[in-house]
Design a protein around this ligand. Structure first.
Ligand code: ATP
Length: 228
């Protein structure tokens, strides 16, 4: 059974339709890549899963339960954790306070998060606003993990970061996968994303046009769906 199952979702912004039938699923322990060129509907899909946009048609099932139309905080409480684009943390709380404010019972504890990102341990007493962009991103991931989500969603988590920091984040993602964390990832870095993904879904003009393993996503298909 899939942990998350999105089927035929159609979502609108006012009168303007953004999703025309998105389907994807994430099984327990999988890393699933959600791909597509700019404006194809990745963020809207994530917003539809999280309850930030209510799908007008289709279903979103999480852990066997229909969640389309539920309020975002209820969906979060069911175990969907988001690392948002643009790494939002509380700027005037310290690293430690940011992490503890997110904490919920489960395998991910402060110690484990700090072990995953030792930098957060070194900076524990600093205000989040004084962190570098990469450190803030680590903190955003750390915060999401502290909620012990059954499904972690990463939306462009490596965007705009220095190469060394990106490498650290990919290392962390591979470790999360090794620990059995289920993850849905949106990222443009195919060279990093494809090797770690168990399966991928590609969106074009608001609809799923490819579903399969990374090996099935041949260079020709990559060029067709993702090339510039
Ligand atoms: P990107 O990689 O650029 O973030 P994306 O694949 O995440 O793109 P979306 O942001 O989901 O794509 O956008 C899908 C479609 O919905 C686009 O046509 C976009 O113009 C439209 N859209 C997104 N946000 C809004 C909004 N707030 N109001 C109206 N239309 C929107």
């Amino acid at each position: 059974m899939s942990l998350l199952e999105v089927k035929g979702v159609q979502t609108f912004y006012g009168a303007s339709q953004a999703l025309f039938g998105v389907s994807l699923d994430v099984r327990q322990g999988e890393v699933v890549a959600l791909m597509g060129r700019n404006g194809m509907g990745k963020t809207t899909t994530i917003r539809s899963i999280l309850g930030l946009n209510r799908p007008r048609a289709g279903t979103v099932r999480f852990a066997g339960r229909e969640i389309a139309g539920m309020r975002p905080h209820r969906i979060a409480r069911l175990g969907v954790g988001l690392v948002p684009e643009g790494r939002r943390c509380f700027p005037n709380l310290t690293v430690l306070e940011n992490l503890l404010a997110a904490a919920r019972r489960g395998a991910w504890t402060l110690d484990k998060v700090v072990e995953l990102f030792p930098r957060l341990g070194e900076r524990r007493a600093q205000y989040a606003r004084t962190l570098s962009g990469g450190e803030q991103q680590m903190l955003a991931i750390g915060r999401a993990l502290m909620t012990n989500p059954a499904l972690l969603i990463l939306d462009e988590a490596t965007e705009g970061l220095a190469p060394v920091i990106r490498a650290d984040i990919w290392t962390a993602i591979r470790r999360l996968k090794a620990e059995g964390q289920s993850i849905l990832v949106v990222d443009k870095t195919l060279a990093e994303l494809l090797p770690v993904a168990d399966r991928c879904f590609v969106l074009e003009k608001g609809a799923t046009v490819f579903a399969g393993t990374p090996a099935m996503l041949t260079p020709e298909l990559q060029d067709r769906y993702l090339g510039v």
